[in-house]
Design a protein around this ligand. Structure first.
Ligand SMILES: [Zn+2]
Length: 396
């Protein structure tokens, strides 16, 4: 807004808005811009803040609140006068509750404006990681067909158990109702139930979609269809693996649902969902159809709360099937150094790449997982499940 025509337009708008006010001197002096909003720019609405985002003080977290407001206005933040510098304002605030509403109020000759944001304080936050695997169905078909004595005779679950025994890793497997070639969950026997239950501390099953095809099944689907599919899969998981093994969904297939589906999902126990929140030419993708602002924010932060649904969204930090073995550590390393992304590692991959019959089979897929899990384990990240506590940590 530094070029001349814009300045002049602002001035004219200002004059009109002043509606008979006295104009003194040249336009350069009468530079008040009544249309300028009062905006809290930091923290972001829905931000999940931990000790990396401020200064720990007795019983709270002291954070900076920054924004902009009309140059001549007096600005308060939660009742305290903010410092001004040009059209900027800056204030400090101590978060003491799980959630805090931050209110910036500006008052001046053109009236009173305010902006409210709400933030979450992850009071007991500790470095943690969650491993989830999407698109699962082949291993269930394998076990049902081969009628193994043990679940862990299936090489896939055996490998996951190895990672659990070696690193205490925990997994949530997001499953389909059908492989699409005749196998459906009702065909899976309940005779492994005791084994599922025994393993339920580290191995969970969750709904992902009805089937792998079509792609993006819920992007434009009404919420009822999604919830009906979820209920069908949930019922089967409980039948053959027990309530202990059941987890609410952690990723919906393709990470795309209608905004109206979020509340019904929350009513089914969903408290956290993961996506890529990645920039593509047409905007943002695998972002649950979030707006650009929130998608961009999540693309470089661990988490963001959507207060309307109550769901916390997490950005996937690594997709092992897309990350060559020698790029696993270089992908994680910079994240661990970024205060906005260091606290919660959302590790992720897809089941199909483990299977030699799959067209895009990845022979070193297990090694990729182990490399990622070893790296976070060695750096003190604790294995968690996002549906336990707050994103796997102690409730704030
Ligand atoms: Zn999927």
């Amino acid at each position: 807004m530094t070029d001349q025509p814009v300045k002049r337009r602002s001035f004219l708008q200002g004059t009109a808005a002043a509606a008979g006010g006295i104009i003194l001197g040249s336009p350069a002096i009468v530079s008040a811009e009544p249309s300028e909003p009062t905006v809290i720019e930091e923290p972001f609405h829905g931000a999940v803040l931990n000790r990396r985002h401020g200064e720990a003080v007795e019983g709270g977290l002291k954070i900076q609140v920054r924004g902009r407001a009309p140059l001549r206005d007096r600005v308060t933040v939660n009742g305290t006068d903010a410092r001004r510098a040009g059209n900027r304002f800056l204030s400090q605030l101590v978060l003491r509750e799980k959630e805090t509403e931050i209110v910036a109020v500006s008052e001046g000759s053109s009236g009173r404006r305010e902006h409210r944001v709400r933030v979450v304080w992850d009071r007991h936050s500790q470095p943690r990681y969650r491993f989830s695997i999407d698109d699962n169905s082949f291993f269930l078909r394998d076990i049902a067909r081969k009628k193994y004595d043990s679940l862990f005779d299936c090489f896939y679950l055996k490998m996951l158990r190895e990672l659990h025994e070696k690193y205490q890793a925990r997994f949530v497997l997001n499953i389909y109702y059908t492989t699409g070639d005749g196998f459906e969950l009702p065909q899976f026997p309940d005779r492994y139930k005791a084994q599922w239950r025994e393993s339920s501390g580290w191995l969970k099953l969750a709904f992902h979609a009805y089937a792998n095809e079509p792609a993006r099944p819920y992007q434009y689907a009404p919420a009822d269809g999604l919830i009906a599919d979820l209920d069908k899969v949930a019922e089967q998981i409980r039948r053959f693996a027990g309530l202990e093994t059941y987890s609410p969904p952690t990723v919906i297939h393709w990470g795309m649902v209608q905004p109206a589906a979020l509340k019904p999902l929350a009513e089914r126990g969903v408290r956290a969902l993961s996506g890529y929140f990645q920039r593509v030419s047409a905007g943002w993708d695998v972002n649950y159809l979030f707006d650009d602002d929130r998608s961009e924010y999540l693309s470089r932060h661990d988490a963001l709360k959507d207060f309307q649904s109550g769901i916390v969204f997490s950005r996937v930090d690594i997709v092992c099937n897309n990350t060559p073995l020698d790029q696993i550590v270089p992908t994680l390393e910079p994240l661990a150094k970024d205060p906005n992304q260091a606290e919660i590692m959302d590790l992720f991959t897809h089941e199909q790449y483990f299977w030699p019959f799959y067209s895009n089979y990845i022979p070193d897929h297990f090694t990729r997982l182990e490399t990622a899990i070893r790296w976070v384990s060695e750096r003190g990240y604790q294995p968690v499940l996002f549906h336990e506590g707050f994103l796997g940590g102690q409730e704030p």
